[in-house]
Design a protein around this ligand. Structure first.
Ligand SMILES: NC(=O)c1ccc[n+]([C@@H]2O[C@H](COP(=O)([O-])OP(=O)(O)OC[C@H]3O[C@@H](n4cnc5c(N)ncnc54)[C@H](OP(=O)(O)O)[C@@H]3O)[C@@H](O)[C@H]2O)c1
Length: 317
């Protein structure tokens, strides 16, 4: 049963909450009023490690959280992580810059940087300066290589790295990123811990054409053409294990990631699902169940790239 995990000098409640899908990337565009049920549920339960980014709907996702935090005066209850470094205003969104730091709002306590072509000494130096000035408590990187993490950590202490990890996508077991983070004492924040919605009991999409026009999964090879149908079957064995365990597929998927010491940030737009995901922290996986999960995960690897070509070219540096 993993209920908290270390990040810097504190323990954060696990699972956290990924806010991206509230109004960006996943075909949903909720306003403040529509977001309130899920956000209030998170506060009520103590699910207070939240993730956002400047790039999510060009700052609107941060703004939405900001409006909520202000309205309910919950700033002191939350640990909000945001990511910056994308020049999201000028296509093709590739130029790395710390200029977008100016878009960060006051409540951020943990700041991550997507690296592109800015020299590491400059970007990490800038983040460290912000930390020293007390404007953020922690700094980190997102989807970088293991070598970059090591180099960055030698420039200034890196508190966290965020990268994709789930029972559906275990790539970073082979890139060395997880291992390196553990060795350096850097918290690993596992994004898309439900495989962008696949590791659940009721994935609602029957074909790639079912995604909304503005759903980024339409652009992701893993969710396109034949890959869609091949990958959809991956969760079948996990579903069976969850049913035997008496929990949901999402819960066993989240508990499995947390059991490895990685902080999950599942996203949902629904209060009931947040409750379901939060309850994954009450699940204890036995040695046998962990072994069975490992066997299933190793036998079933997804096909297709994780991102569209332009985003794929931006990760792993
Ligand atoms: N650093 C990066 O580059 C990066 C990239 C992607 C994401 N992220 C972060 O990671 C967070 C999570 O990633 P994600 O949203 O891509 O993927 P995810 O958390 O793996 O999956 C989210 C999807 O699963 C559905 N879902 C959630 N709980 C469910 C449940 N119990 N039963 C059924 N369906 C469920 C949600 O739909 P409903 O809303 O309908 O519940 C949503 O479509 C994001 O919010 C973002 O903060 C970071």
């Amino acid at each position: 049963m993993v209920k908290t995990l270390p990040l810097g000098d504190q323990q954060v409640p696990v699972p956290g909450f990924g806010a991206m899908g509230l109004n960006s990337a996943m075909g949903t565009d909720l306003n403040l009023e529509q977001s309130e049920p899920v956000l209030l549920k998170a506060i009520e339960l103590g699910c207070t490690f939240w993730d956002t980014a400047v790039a999510y709907k060009n700052g609107e996702n941060e703004k939405l959280l900001g409006e909520f935090i202000k309205k309910y005066t919950v700033r002191d209850k939350l640990f909000v992580a945001s990511k910056c470094g994308f020049d999201f205003v000028e296509p093709p969104h590739q130029r790395a810059t710390v200029l977008s730091l100016s878009c960060l709002f006051f409540w951020n306590r943990y700041l991550t940087l997507h690296l592109e072509d800015t020299p590491l000494e400059q970007s990490i130096g800038a983040l460290d300066e912000i930390r020293r000035a007390g404007k953020t408590k922690y700094i980190g990187l997102s989807e970088c290589s293991a070598a970059t993490l090591r180099k960055a950590n030698a420039i200034a202490k890196i508190d966290a790295v965020q990268a994709e990890y789930s029972a559906f996508e275990t790539l970073h077991e082979t890139t060395g990123l997880i291992e390196t983070a553990k060795e350096l004492g850097v918290a690993f924040v596992a994004f898309s811990p439900l495989g962008h919605g696949w590791l659940v009991d009721d994935f609602p999409f029957e074909s790639p054409d079912d995604f909304a026009p503005n759903d980024f999964r339409r652009t992701v090879p893993k969710f396109q053409g034949e890959n869609f149908y091949k990958n959809k079957t991956i969760v079948d064995e996990i579903k069976k294990l969850a049913a035997r365990k008496g929990c949901t597929t999402a819960q066993i998927g989240l508990a499995w990631v947390a059991a490895q010491g990685l902080i999950t940030i599942p996203g949902t737009t629904k209060a009931l699902r947040l409750e379901e995901n939060w309850a994954s922290r009450d699940i204890e996986l036995t040695e046998d169940e962990l072994k069975e999960m490992r066997k299933i995960v190793d036998a079933a690897k997804p096909v297709g790239e994780r991102f569209s070509p332009i985003f794929q070219s931006m990760v792993g540096h």
